[in-house]
Ligand binder design. Sequence first.
Ligand code: ADP
Ligand code: MG
Length: 539
Amino acid sequence: MNAPEGSQVNESQKVNILMVDDQPAKLLSYEAILAGLDANLIKARSGREGLELLLKHDVAVVLLDVSMPEINGFEMADMMRQHPRFQKTAILFISAVRMSDVDRIKGYQSGAVDYISVPVVPEVLRAKVAVFAELHRKSRELEHLNRELEERVEQRTFELRESEGQARERADLLELASEAILVRDLAGEVQYWNAGAEALYGWERHQVLGKPAHQVLETEFPVDAASIESALINEGRWHGNLIQQTRDGHEVIVASRQVLKKEAGSILEINRDITAQTRAEEALRRTEKLAAMGRVAGIIAHEINNPLEAITNAFYLLRNHPSLDEEARYYAQLGEEELARVCHITKQTLGFYRESQHPVDVSIAGLLDEVLQLQMRQLQLTRIALDKKYFSNGTVRGFPVELRQVFFNLIGNAIQAMPEGGRLRIRMGDRWNEAVGRTDLVISVCDTGTGVRPEHAKHLFEPFFTTKSSKGTGLGLWISKGIIQKYDGTIQFRSIPFKGGNITAFRVTLPGAAPTAQVIAGTDHSTADEIVRVALGQT
Ligand code: ADP
Ligand code: MG
């Protein structure tokens, strides 16, 4: 083991032993004695050199000759002990046995000091150095373990703090959510209840924790509890609409998403209040149905009214006919009176159909905006981009309620045709109608939705034709057509496949209020042109 000064051989495992002696021959003999120890041997020829090497290496034992010129062994030991790094470094003095020396050596308080008398007995030197070296190795290992432990503790503390922070952050987010968020255990008892749930249901957290959630909310499920449970167990999730009761007894309809958290043994439930939306949709369907009934009644009344008038006239003539005797005249009068009642009923029904007797100036632009405003939420929800341009005020003389119904249905149909989002394009402009010599108002509603299947095309305006099963009445277009025809207008549509999707355009033409010849550039409309323009993304 011939180690040069400052040797780096496998430092991590071997300990360093520094040998300080002014006589090279002695250094060589120590080297020979210690060669059997698995250590790096570093040699210094003076106390000064010894101190320099100490600074460079992590030394386990210093073998120190007491009698050296310049700085002797004791002086070097004193200097070492003043340095914090070397206060515990083991020192093995080599000295001729002089009592004064022995006393002085005993004066060192630290235990890691010993001495060897000259002449050196190799076994003794080797044994003493080996003990110190082992001691050093052990304490170095211990230090290393300690450091590792500290690091691990630190890392774990950091992780804990981190996950605590994340959990807090997540909890904050849950609190901010406008949805009602609750966590219930597998027995159904509430474990967590966010601010959104407090706001929606009116129950505060402390009032419901530990209580059966769906009992408190008197939940009505759309399917039986067992099938929800099996969906949660098999697929890990379930969603559907629930009807629930708030604390003050109001009914709310929520769109509910539930997820099973297997590891936590709980169910996370996120409920969005869709009461207003559902009610609005129901109301809309009801109005459409009512309007349809009104129209049916109107048509029947109208059909009956003409023959009734003829019969009334006939009875009038009959009653005063000179050939009738007293009894026959009585019966004729009775018939006439009953007839008058029937006439009254049909007139009333006709009145119900006509919403108002007096037409007014209706701004179609205002009307379209109103309808769009009503549908705005739906547009945003389904991510439909709205692109609307009005090239005209669009004033028409008529009845606002029925006209609004036409555009409500057209825009509603377009939105319903784009459940995955798309583009809703609305245009309105004047067009000079050469054939009749007047300006017409043209309104078009285009969508990039499902399109109309060719086999359905000719049925669209028929009553009760719908492809929306229970969600549709199939009366919207039929009613719209009837209304537009009353205005002497037309309603048409085209639907074509385009770029893997479809473009559907509905066009309503209404005779303008004022017979002027103003034509606004670029608003020449035909449904086919419309479709091409939408396809090319032009206005
Ligand atoms: P409803 O909307 O109640 O179904 P409508 O008379 O308004 O009744 O429409 C009849 C049918 O016409 C719809 O069910 C649908 O199949 C079709 N339809 C109407 N508008 C569109 C459109 N923009 N895109 C695709 N299909 C449409
Ligand atoms: Mg409709």
